[in-house]
Design a protein around this ligand. Sequence first.
Ligand SMILES: *Cc1c(COP(=O)(O)O)cnc(C)c1O
Length: 364
Amino acid sequence: MQIPTDLLPVDGRFGSGPAKVRPEALDYLAMRGDLMGTSHRQAPVRGLVRAVQESLAELYRIPEGYEVVLGNGGSTLFWDLAVSSLIERRSAHGVFGEFSRKFASAAGRAPHLEAPAVSEAPAGSVALPEAGDADVYAWAQNETSTGAAAPVRRIGDGLVLIDATSAAGGMDADIAETDVYYFAPQKNFSSDGGLWLAFASPAAIERAERIKASGRWIPETLDFTVAVKNSRLNQTLNTPALATLLLLEDQLGWMLELGGMEAVAARCAESTSTLYAWAESRDFASPFVADPAFRSPVVATIDLADEIDAKAVIAALRMNGIVDVDPYRALNRNQLRVGCYASVDPADVEALVGCLDYVIGALA
Ligand SMILES: *Cc1c(COP(=O)(O)O)cnc(C)c1O
């Protein structure tokens, strides 16, 4: 099936992670090729790390005393790090999709912790942890597997740990309402994977220091105090991917030039609104997240009626260069999932819905 070329988006990458990298960022990477293959202990790379830390702090207007901490291993490693180095006795989790479930499971497997308290909601809805005796409260601001977004606000007396892997750089947040707001750069930040980054409160850093002082065995890569010490020197414990840092640096400059988080968040919301409005106006489609208040402004999930095979729609789009609109595999729904991260042009999302009408019409 050939979609008429005048309907096609300029860029057909709509993945929910990893996601579209701006061509200008790749040009920047080529231009800074002199940095590749040089030491991360020397001034040029440490300057790059410092620039990334400063731009992130500016983008989210982080409160006085908070620090930008980073290390290798992505958000998945950060869950293990939190289990080793930030949860003292017991955590409480809001679970409403696969990513929020993974952190709760990691805590549940730890022999040194009490069983976590889990508040669960079905896919497409949102659950926050309940205030109780936990010392860490954890949930995701954006559940990438379902396209549901949750509020970010303090709960209970413990540390608040927010998984912002797919929210950061696309949704705003008041960082003072969190103790660790962590993410990875392969989603809104349009970079490559492999790194975790976090805004950490003084209370989070103090917690990690106290747990370490208590004598708990903590592997070095999972020790938050080691990451903090290195980050203060604009380094990571071990060798980082320099291309990831360069792409991230370029994206942060682009976001700040665009007008900061408010402007970037408005751009993402414009894209997802196009999709939700389209789905609501077609009798063969509907937004998967029923409550508009929980609909993600960065990842739109759209259910298709049974008589339309989403797999066939996705295959036809792929033949025309529109890729990665597949639903999260474990969700197993007749669904489209569209990543509308910062780099995605809202005009390309307009074009996408035109292509969807064309393909669905042709398949019917
Ligand atoms: C993508 C994603 C992760 C996993 O990130 P990795 O860097 O691949 O470990 C975790 N949480 C959320 C919400 C995500 O979207």
